[in-house]
Design a protein. Structure first.
Length: 212
């Protein structure tokens, strides 16, 4: 009795498998592939893949891969932001139930219309603010004012010495003192070159300018 039960069970499973194969649509294929950029073959993530006139499809993953069931002869549309729309027709002469594709898409540029945003609630307030606007100096005027020699000299005189300058000044003093150890330091009172520089500066009025 158990052998007959097992036999009928196996026979029923065979009949179900035969019916399933008979009911299977021979035009259905497992359509899969990857979507890449035509310029550098980089994958395009989250691309919309739709069967034309069927209102169904899928979306590619982060690596541009997709897979779904379609029919032979279906027109597949590929759309992605920043790329031109492309399409592909699944061949109707396929002998297998699966088909793979590497779909390339070309980059496209979208030109948006100009949008002007004003920080004023009305055009009249914008005109009033524009008329009363204080235009700042341009970069050239600012650069010329910052590079004025008198201004630079005044800032240099008012700038205190930093640690590096104090160290250099101390080292120079010690070097001079050690250089003239055991002898008198030179006296510019009898130096004709020093007198010539003094007379020249006096004629040019440099001492008078310093006094002012």
């Amino acid at each position: 009795m158990s052998k007959l039960s097992i036999f009928f069970l196996l026979f029923s499973l065979c009949l179900l498998g035969t019916n399933a194969m008979a009911q299977r649509d021979p035009d259905l294929v497992q359509f899969s592939g990857i979507i890449v950029i035509s310029e550098n073959l980089q994958p395009i993530p989250y691309c919309d893949i739709m069967i034309r006139k069927a209102n169904r499809g899928t979306v590619s993953d982060y690596n541009g891969y997709f897979s779904f069931v379609a029919k032979k002869g279906d027109i597949i549309d590929f759309t992605a932001m920043g790329f031109r729309k492309s399409s592909y027709i699944i061949p109707d002469t396929l002998s297998r139930d699966h088909y793979s594709l590497i779909q390339t898409m070309t980059s496209d540029t979208f030109l948006l219309s100009e949008a002007v945003v004003y920080p004023w609630p009305s055009v009249e307030q914008f005109k009033e603010a524009f008329i009363n606007l204080q235009i700042p100096d341009d970069d050239l005027a600012i650069a010329q004012r910052n590079l004025d020699m008198q201004t630079i000299q005044e800032r240099a005189n008012a700038m205190p010495m930093n640690g590096s300058m104090n160290y250099r000044y101390t080292i120079d003093k010690q070097t001079t003192r050690l250089y003239y150890v055991g002898q008198l330091p030179p006296n510019n009172l009898l130096n004709p070159f020093a007198w010539a520089q003094f007379i020249k500066a006096w004629r040019e009025g440099k001492f008078k300018n310093k006094k002012k």
